[in-house]
Design a binder for this molecule. Sequence first.
Ligand code: NAD
Length: 270
Amino acid sequence: MAYNLLQGKNGIIFGALDEKSIAWRTALKCHEEGARLVLTNAPVALRMGEINKLAEAVNAPVIGADVTNMDDLKKLFEDAMKHFGGKIDFILHSIGMSLNVRKGKSYTELDYGFNQKTLDISAMSLHRVLRTAWDLDALNEWGSVVALTYIAAQRVFPHYSEMADAKALLESVTRSFGYHYAVKKKVRVNTVSQSPTRTTAGSGVKGFDGFITYAEKMSPLGNATSDDCAAYCVTLFSDLTRMVTMQNLFHDGGFSLMGVTEEVLNALEK
Ligand SMILES: NC(=O)c1ccc[n+]([C@@H]2O[C@H](COP(=O)([O-])OP(=O)(O)OC[C@H]3O[C@@H](n4cnc5c(N)ncnc54)[C@H](O)[C@@H]3O)[C@@H](O)[C@H]2O)c1
């Protein structure tokens, strides 16, 4: 059911790779709620061509941008404003990539060159996006920016490796830039800390099957799906959450507050 929560709003969605992507599900939901959209992803991801299906479904242009490249970001925001004929109301940052995980290097043997790229793509990219919007004055008052994160920023999940550090940095940028943007323009910036979800980025984590099953058994409501996440993001882009900013918001079926569940205990009892 749609509520027209985003009627009259313009949004940029980063990170829709394929139909499993959280960004893909969120774009569909934002469209359903009346938003006008621009889709973006790294040029290499666009070459896969999948995103064109989404573009058609949500009637949005696709503008390529490598999120570590300031010229790409400037052009993206300028072109998006041209397309909308006005400023932007919301942004979804749904971007993550670990080069060390991808190359099979564990946390205790990180390659620091890869590590810098991981932090740039997965965390400082949020600063780059906010900075570009700030410099171009591209966001409307009461705009809303959401970035996706994971609880490995607060707790140890060994195979999440350097992405844990990237998420901690992402959440810190959210608070720090969130302060400045709130004061300057009443723009709010939050992270949503999502349950493990079967996507390309998610499945790249070693032992993902065990990881997602464990989370399911530890969450009183079960794992939140990507469609649940999309719906939550819509509320954060809407005018119903105008006083929420600089927060890390757990969207995880209750996982983050559990010590242990009976289901896990029963499985461990001899
Ligand atoms: N899947 C999970 O279990 C899970 C859980 C919590 C949080 N998250 C977070 O959700 C976000 C979205 O991931 P997803 O699970 O939908 O996976 P996904 O693989 O579908 O999305 C990741 C996206 O990042 C994009 N990207 C990578 N490098 C880029 C660059 N240089 N410039 C622009 N875009 C780039 C990819 O092209 C891709 O579209 C990530 O931040 C991820 O860490 C995922």
